[in-house]
Unconditional design. Structure first.
Length: 184
């Protein structure tokens, strides 16, 4: 399959429009909320490796994580807004998550279903990939034709997840329009 033959008509998923106001109301009124997911899909990252993002001024990390990995929040050493008990409990798998992802200016996630969901919603997602990623991300480059709104950050075998996420944090700190997109 040639990359230019991959249909890139996104979004091909859309959140329930009636849920967006609710999810906006659950986010902090000041600063920038960044969604994170660290487990699932074969590219698990220790939550503690997200510490460089948590240290960014004005940033609130919002967990998009479900399942047992949420237990890491208690011991990670930095604040994470955990809405896990509210997400997808009544409406079905990924229904609430789609609404929450849609109101966040940025999602930073391991190679997980959250990356695929955010990509299908055409939301800005930065995927932090293991040295051997899922086939749809290829083996090199910082983009994928499957999800045009996705930026790929690759951990090479010489570096730790912390090193890779420090690079992600550096890139976030360089963004100037993130606050505008969040308020829009």
């Amino acid at each position: 399959l040639q990359a230019d033959a991959i249909p890139a008509a996104v979004p091909y998923l859309r959140p329930d429009p009636s849920s967006l106001a609710y999810w906006r109301s659950r986010l902090p009124a000041a600063g920038i909320a960044i969604g994170i997911a660290w487990s699932g899909g074969g590219g698990d990252i220790p939550l503690s490796a997200f510490a460089p993002l948590a240290r960014l001024p004005g940033v609130t990390l919002v967990s998009l994580q479900k399942g047992d990995a949420r237990r890491e929040i208690a011991d990670c050493g930095f604040p994470v807004l955990d809405l896990g008990d509210e997400i997808d409990e009544t409406a079905g798998a990924f229904v609430d998550t789609a609404g929450l992802v849609s109101v966040l200016p940025l999602v930073v996630a391991s190679q997980s279903p959250i990356v695929h969901l955010a990509g299908a919603l055409d939301r800005t997602v930065w995927a932090v990939l293991p040295p051997t990623p899922h086939w749809c991300f290829g083996l090199d480059g910082d983009s994928t034709p499957w999800y045009p709104s996705t930026v790929l950050f690759r951990r090479d075998a010489r570096h730790t997840w912390g090193h890779t996420l420090a690079h992600v944090a550096q890139q976030i700190s360089g963004l100037r329009d993130l606050t505008q997109s969040y308020r829009g």
